[in-house]
Ligand binder design. Structure first.
Ligand code: 5AD
Ligand code: SF4
Length: 460
């Protein structure tokens, strides 16, 4: 339930939230801001003005985690400068680095006043109050209570400010234990939010003008819960129900594991018009030996067969993926198999990374760690191939008539930007409609990852 601000007028405090990493963190930052708003905190874009700074961190690769410590160094200086002006600054670390490193963060970065893991964000306002009173707060246990039940609803004005496309977390955690990945340790076991809770949130978003919802989960297609009809629902059922929420025109979901793509979900891609033809389905690597060492629990052939079934259901689907090069033991031949699966599956876009050994994961202890320069060369080759495929996909859209959801103003005056059904930004003239409209557009050209469109007056 929304709460009234506890702060008297004129004593408003400012919060600066910086988000690293994935879309789940973007969503979590919004929920943290909502929780703090109920305590009278207003968001600021200027860190120097902030009474409270929250870094919502990512632990997925070493580089991501290290960025946090360099930012904390800068914040330490800022905190001291503000203290000289008589201003108190609370510095908090949230997210997966907080969960993984806990108290160590306070030891390593003395500027930090509070550390809070993703399972306890509903306790953030309380933690801030304790920190203001001089306590060093570390909250990294797995809360037994449901944080979603306790987090306040976002206010309609905040939803409107965030735009017509919104994230909604339906599932958290992961039971897959890929041997390279920290997620099962930082986000815990797979948990699905109940249908009623998800629907209530979707309805609130829609009432505030949201037209497109992206369902989030570390393993979103593993979502399962009791349906209102008494059946056990999977993600396909949930998508059908959400498509009935008045105002919601478009649905997406991310990230999926190949093992959890069930028939109902694939059928939804064929039959449910609101479900957009885009699927982020990471394969990670192409050699079966490496997939096995990664504990992916599928082969390259399983993956390709799955992609074929999905394409049979929805021929125009844009496939997206994640790839890791240089997993321990990866030979040149194994890497060639990754290039091969990319050629065979065909991606509209993808993310690719050098393997980064993460403390506590089985992969970090394996023999055969690959040299940095080998990883770098492989990544270059893979990215060149993926860039080529992306360009082919974009070129194929030129001349097409599409429905575009206008979602923001463009960088240049007079421009609006929308998202194509396949998720690319499309730039059009502002005369085409208002933000939130879905308008027919013909794609006329592309540069880089952006497409340009004009009003589609002619028939298809
Ligand atoms: N090293 C490199 N990339 C990683 N990912 C996860 N863990 C690691 C790691 N240790 C990548 C995977 C995953 C994406 C979110 O990040 O490709 O799908
Ligand atoms: Fe990590 Fe694998 Fe779980 Fe994805 S499926 S979050 S890569 S352990």
């Amino acid at each position: 339930m929304p709460r009234e601000p506890r702060t008297a007028p004129g004593t408003e405090r400012k919060v600066f939230v910086k988000t690293y990493g994935c879309q789940m963190n973007v969503y979590d930052s919004q929920r943290m801001s909502d929780a703090l708003a109920a305590d009278g905190y207003v968001a600021t874009e200027t860190v120097e003005d902030a009474d409270l700074v929250v870094l919502n961190t990512c632990h997925i690769r070493e580089k991501a985690a290290e960025k946090v410590y360099s930012e904390l160094g800068r914040l330490n200086a800022l905190k001291k400068a503000r203290a000289r002006e008589g201003k108190q600054t609370v510095i908090g670390v949230a997210g997966c680095v907080a969960q993984a490193e806990g108290r160590e963060i306070v030891a390593r970065a003395s500027a930090v006043d509070l550390v809070i893991g993703p399972q306890t964000y509903h306790r953030l306002p309380d933690a801030v109050r304790k920190a203001l009173a001089g306590e060093k707060v570390v909250e990294t246990d797995y809360a037994v209570e449901d944080k979603f039940e306790r987090l306040p609803d976002p206010r309609a004005a905040d939803v409107r400010r965030r735009g017509v496309s919104a994230f909604l977390t339906v599932q958290e955690g992961c039971d897959k234990f890929c041997t390279f990945c920290v997620v099962p340790y930082t986000r815990g076991a797979e948990v699905s939010r109940p249908v009623a809770q998800i629907l209530a949130e979707a309805e609130k978003l829609a009432a505030a003008g949201v037209r497109e919802i992206t369902l989030l989960g570390q393993n979103v297609n593993a979502w399962r819960a009791a349906g209102p009809d008494g059946r056990d629902w999977g993600l396909g059922d949930l998508l059908w129900r959400l498509a009935d929420v008045p105002g919601i025109a478009r649905l997406r979901y991310t990230t999926s594991h190949p093992r959890d793509m069930d028939d109902d979900l694939i059928a939804a891609h064929r039959d449910l018009a609101a479900l957009m033809p885009y699927l982020h389905l990471p394969v990670q690597a192409g050699a079966d030996r490496i997939l096995k060492a990664m504990n992916r629990r599928h082969t390259a052939a399983d993956y390709l067969k799955l992609v074929e079934r999905i394409r049979a259901a929805r021929p125009d689907i844009a496939l997206s993926g994640d790839f890791i090069v240089g997993f321990p033991g990866e030979t040149d031949e194994d890497f060639e198999a990754t290039l091969k699966i990319v050629r065979e599956a065909g991606y509209a876009q993808a993310f690719s990374f050098k393997y980064s050994p993460r403390p506590g994961t089985p992969g970090a202890a394996l023999d055969g760690q690959v040299e940095e320069h080998v990883k770098a060369e492989r990544l270059d080759r893979l990215q060149a191939l993926l860039a080529e495929q992306q360009k082919t996909f974009l070129t194929g859209l030129v001349g097409e008539r599409i429905d575009l959801l206008l979602d923001r103003h463009g960088r240049e005056k007079g421009q609006l930007v929308g998202r194509s059904p396949w998720l690319q930004p499309v730039i059009v003239d502002e005369s085409l409609g208002e933000i939130g409209d879905i308008v027919p557009v013909r794609i006329v050209r592309h540069t880089g990852a952006s497409l340009f469109g004009e009003a589609a007056r002619d028939r298809t």
